[in-house]
Design a protein around this ligand. Structure first.
Ligand code: DGL
Length: 272
């Protein structure tokens, strides 16, 4: 049996990444965990985020995963480096805000990034801005409350729209022509974001690039599934499994099963 790939996020956002991986690497066996009981990670301390990410990684490894995709910008920003140190034999693929393609695209010289508070304040954001944002102005906008609304299923209601307008319209006034979605929940409201930003702004999110990167990593480490084998996607959530239905349908993944993952009193995670 081919090894599994573990994928996790604070909730439903990483399902975008799982869908892109499913598309790009259809032979791979994917195991997804959404920590909906603890969403939003973006409003939590680094210590909490690292604790959850470590326990989730241990549970996914316990289910036969040999590589891990941190399909959450917030968790990647806090936990990617410490997890690589703690599990040196495990290849990790993490997210970083896609400032590089935005800087390559911009003609106005002004790009925007929407992300959680923890990501905006974290080291990974400072790093990508320093590496790729030298000749452009990068407007970083924290979006408190947005991931939680999306996780709760409000993808186009008036409150979600009002929040987005309050953040995006001022950036458009400042001349952005590229807008990076620096949180994996935000592509689920991409139509609304595009509508508010208008036709002059390209919206950029990295799910396909992450799937390609994972393919390279698996090939380098000799962990790719055997050619022609049939891949799969199974999901666990620490919240209500039924909450995944709408988003799985939206991503054309409605046949995927979703089971309950349970946090234990000792801080470990049980994926039965
Ligand atoms: N989906 C997550 C991210 O990419 C986190 C959202 C949250 O839990 O705050 O940052």
């Amino acid at each position: 049996m081919d090894p599994r790939i573990g994928i996790f996020d604070s909730g439903i956002g990483g399902l975008n990444i799982a869908a892109a991986i499913r598309q790009a690497l259809p032979s791979e066996r994917l195991l997804y965990f959404g920590d909906n009981a603890h969403v939003p990670y973006g409003e939590r301390t680094a210590e909490e985020i690292l604790g959850f990410s470590t326990a989730i990684t241990e549970a996914l490894l316990g289910k036969g995963c040999r590589s891990i995709v941190i399909a959450c910008n917030t968790a990647s920003s806090v936990a990617l480096v410490p997890l690589r140190e703690r599990f040196p034999e495990v290849p990790f693929v993490g997210m970083e805000p896609a400032v590089k393609p935005a800087a390559e695209h911009t003609r106005s010289g002004v790009v925007g990034v929407l992300a959680t508070r923890a990501t905006v304040e974290g080291r990974a954001m400072a790093d990508v801005v320093e590496r790729f944002g030298k000749n452009v102005e990068v407007i970083q906008q924290a979006c408190p409350g947005l991931a939680q609304r999306i996780d709760g299923g409000d993808l186009d209601g008036p409150q979600t729209e009002a929040l987005l307008r309050g953040w995006i319209e001022p950036m458009v006034e400042r001349g952005i022509d590229a807008l990076v979605l620096g949180c994996t929940h935000y592509p689920l409201v991409r139509p609304l974001i595009e509508h508010i930003a208008g036709p002059g702004v390209r919206v950029i999110e990295p799910s396909e690039a992450i799937a390609r990167r994972l393919g390279q990593v698996l090939a380098e480490r000799g962990l790719a599934a055997s050619a022609g084998s049939e891949g799969s996607l199974e999901c666990f959530t620490s919240g209500l499994p039924g909450r995944f239905d709408a988003v799985l349908k939206k991503l054309d993944l409605e046949s995927v099963s979703v089971r309950q993952g349970v946090w234990q009193a000792d801080g470990s995670l049980l994926l039965a």
